[in-house]
Ligand binder design. Sequence first.
Ligand code: CP
Length: 303
Amino acid sequence: MRNRSLISINDYSKEEILRVLDLAGEFEQNPSQDILRGKVIATLFFEPSTRTRLSFESAVNRLGGKIIGFTDSSSSSATKGESLKDTIKTVSNYSDLIVMRHPIEGSARYASEVGMVPIVNAGDGANQHPTQTLLDLYSIRKTQGTLNNLNLFIVGDLKYGRTVHSLLMGMAHFNATFWFISPKELRIPNEYKLYLDQRGLKYHEHTDFRDIAGEADIIYMTRVQKERFSDPIEYEKTRSAYVLKSTMLEGTKSNLKILHPLPRVNEISTDVDDHDKAYYFTQALNGVYTRQAIISLILGLKN
Ligand code: CP
């Protein structure tokens, strides 16, 4: 992982994924260490973020590093017409590692090809969000005691949800059975079904999950990605397709946990928040430890 960019979850082998999770567990036990002293991490967010940016920044601060960057591309010289290539080449001179979120699919891979320091993809359009996947896997393993042979329900916007696409690829290492629940307009794209077919993995597609929730070990709720729709009427048709309520958790498995990459709009009722199966806020906390692990492995500060 040393000096390598993290653009897709497939940039890491199964063994490397497990190393990140193990190290994240060590950071959870001891999150404040001075190992990043003298290092500068750039966070370039061309799209809004709360958790990803702030958990990266919290991770760096707790490890004694420094942060530079922008939270809004309108405050950068991109608004004057500067290319992504020029931006990345410039910021490469100012930092040891760049964390970047960008609306265009493939932008992070491109940045890794033109930059002089490792790039960590914090989300590129509807494509990938690999650090989210690593924190999701950490959360799943922590709550289930294993990553193997689980029934993973993924609910909501399976077409545009980048967290969905990278989670599917990450969990494909662990013989998951996938249950895809979405409106027909937001079905999981065929390329991802082909990915599972090629690996001999089982999946089911449904438009409702009330009668089958009893099968789930994990229910991964997702927001309908308003920002990816070209037609606002299409968004309005699907935005409230699923609202998880605490009554729907009656009769579910005792080990079931509800995950959500957040932000939530209305797809999980607030009456679920205090349920012992709700895990999404702790999941977001796990992002700090996981991102500490990712940064320190890429910078060669941990092995
Ligand atoms: N999960 C996630 O990417 O959240 P933010 O958009 O707030 O970073």
